[in-house]
Design a protein around this ligand. Sequence first.
Ligand code: UD1
Length: 426
Amino acid sequence: MHPTRAVKVVTVVGARPNFMKAAPIIAAISRHNASLASRNGGHHDLPDIAIQSVLVHTGQHYDEAMSDRFFADLNIPKPDVHLGAGSGTHAVQTAEIMKRFEEVLLSERPDLLIVVGDVNSTVACALVAAKISYDGYGTRPLIAHVESGLRSFDRAMPEEVNRIVTDHLADLLFVTEESGLKNLSSEGIPDHKIHFVGNTMIDSLFTFRVKASASPILDKLGLRTGNSLTTATNGAARYALLTLHRPSNVDQREGFLSILDGLEELAQSHPIIFPVHPRTRKRIAEFGLDRFFYHRGQAENGSSQMPIQADGRICLVDPLGYIDFLCMMDHATLVVTDSGGIQEETTSLGVPCVTVRENTERPVTIEMGTNVLAGTTSDGIRRATRRQLESKATGKTPQAWDGKSAERILEVICRELEKKIPAAVA
Ligand code: UD1
């Protein structure tokens, strides 16, 4: 039998939306190693390369609510290295991550680096890896980008800049939807680097949806009991779930105000639950917008809270972990968001979504029928929420969003590493 060879893979996570995208890949690597060790079943058609997995957390997000809780919810192992980079301007944050990550790459010398998504940690670490030389001869890791090819065509968005730069540095580009293939090809990226694998964030959703359905969050927020709007099917009240954190939506008072105006009509007919991002919470206080909101805590474990009523204001709650948030999305009548990932998760769940942006880098979510772009004006938001509340569309599932994307990525990675290290030893 061929001796088992060993390679090292560094995976980087940094900010909240990274965790659910990376978790299935880390789990797939660990299953692969276990199946190699026991040599029974699993992926026996894969090269017998053992993968030493090193997880690096940049510390871009550092709060319990924005980071630690997701490790527990998604069963991600504790990071091997924590860079503790923290917050700052884009330049400061990116530079801080780069400085600290260079040292890690030089000491770990991985064969492959995996970066996911489009946050500052993604581009910072890809850039370090693209220019590093382990030996003075330009030896560096292969760079794999998960969630490649998405384009909003809006370069004012920091994430768009991060996506473009990362894609052009990557050796392996893992694409989630068809638009990504078109975008990469029109930017001149050669076909052999591009792999259409589906969406690892949807792998996480498949893995944890059943667990999420048992979350007590609906009771804790008063969304299950005795509400006059209660639906017959699952006992959950009709409610809308809101997330807003994009700088372009919340960093100027006028723009933020017009979004809140646009949501007032919905808040009269449905409780709107808003797990609020730290950036947005700061702006609400700074801009004196408290009159649009009230805060609701969670009832103690095991007890239920007084039912929520719609009174024209938005109900602020602390940021939720992955399992609770998935439960809230799954049971929502409507989701209103400016997030990228939530557009995709609602598509997979078949829940109507209103996206408070002028564009989306995820057009498949609109083509499948669950997502609409509202723009950011009050009128646009009112129109889109009315339309979505009346919508009977159940939505369709995008190609390859089937819970197996991480397995496809692992397969490509193993084959590429096999080419790179033909003579590696056990
Ligand atoms: C980042 C990503 C964005 C992603 C979002 C999800 C970039 C360019 N943006 O934006 O794509 O949708 O994460 O949340 O990478 N803060 C805390 N605690 C934390 C983290 C942040 O209080 O754990 C506060 C800090 O005051 C910080 C601010 O939030 O300055 C913004 O954090 P930052 O990581 O710079 O950007 P996000 O807006 O979170």
